[in-house]
Design a binder for this molecule. Structure first.
Ligand code: HEC
Length: 248
């Protein structure tokens, strides 16, 4: 055997040894010599647990838990109600031409829009109204929509004193939760869009009664709430933005 051949063999042997060592290392890794979070004691979802008296491994959320982004802190904006609604507040009622009792006062409803009323908001409201409400309430709110003409119970007109005097919070509540024979629309229509629709309904009412003392006023400062993203935290006023990097 020549010298060259012997060296060649030795090199091959070494490579084989190194390969074997690497394989061995990989194997021990794979067999779980290393322990990671997989191996800690834990429950699988919905499995039984002997630790808890009710035997459920999946626990309830602690009371008051709020999912991220769902704090809905601004009560007026999300419910149309005043901060401390009185559950026993007496609502005045009246009787309509058909002998039906109709609610005529809404003591817990807010009277001002909780967001700035802008042209964009009203335009958006018109669009949404035509999608969700017009089929029953009619193009101008007279309660003569196509569905009603085909037999659905007729809603009241928006153009009577009772609904003209109804606070904006009442309209918001009707959209959110429904009212009598009307289904709730809170599932389909986001809160900001519900307010947009309310603004449009007020516009319809005003269009027939320009003299009426109908409020389009807003309790929200246009600096603090944005009509398109009202859930957004208040934007800093221009002057705080400039002092931020300095004195603080
Ligand atoms: C499928 C038909 C239908 C649709 C769609 C509909 N409504 Fe109604 N709505 C009614 C009927 C019927 C009533 C009367 C309910 C009652 O008094 O039992 C009513 C009542 C109302 C009232 C009066 C509540 C009161 O104090 O008497 C308002 C305000 C109102 N709807 C707003 C809306 C808005 C806003 C939309 C769109 C988001 C909408 N409705 C969509 C049928 C509908």
């Amino acid at each position: 055997m020549s010298l060259n051949k012997r060296t060649e063999r030795r090199i091959k042997l070494r490579i084989a040894l190194i390969l074997a060592a690497v394989c061995g290392l990989l194997l021990t890794e794979a067999c779980g010599v290393r322990s990671d979070m997989q191996d800690q004691p834990r429950y699988k979802a919905y499995k039984q647990s002997d630790f808890f008296t009710d035997k459920r491994a999946s626990r309830d959320h602690p009371e008051g838990t709020v999912a991220r982004g769902q704090l809905d802190e601004n009560k007026a904006f999300y419910t149309g109600k005043i901060d401390n609604p009185d559950p026993n507040a007496q609502a005045a009622t009246s009787t309509d031409a058909n002998g039906n009792t109709v609610v005529a006062s809404f003591p817990n409803a807010i009277t001002e829009f909780p967001l700035p009323v802008t042209k964009e908001l009203i335009d958006r409201g018109e669009e949404r109204y035509k999608i969700y409400c017009m089929v029953c309430h009619g193009q101008f709110g007279d309660g003569d929509g196509m569905v009603v003409r085909r037999g659905f119970p007729q809603p009241p007109t928006y153009h009577d004193d009772r609904l003209r005097n109804a606070p904006v919070g009442h309209f918001f509540d009707v959209i959110t939760n429904g009212w009598g024979k009307m289904n709730p629309y809170g599932y389909q229509v986001q809160p900001a869009d519900r307010w947009a629709i309310v603004a449009y309904i007020r516009t319809l009412q005003l269009s027939r009664n320009p003299e009426a003392n109908l409020k389009m006023t807003s309790s929200a400062n246009s600096n603090t709430t944005s009509a398109t993203d009202p859930a957004k935290p208040a934007a800093p006023a221009a002057n705080t933005a400039t002092t931020k990097g300095g004195a603080k």
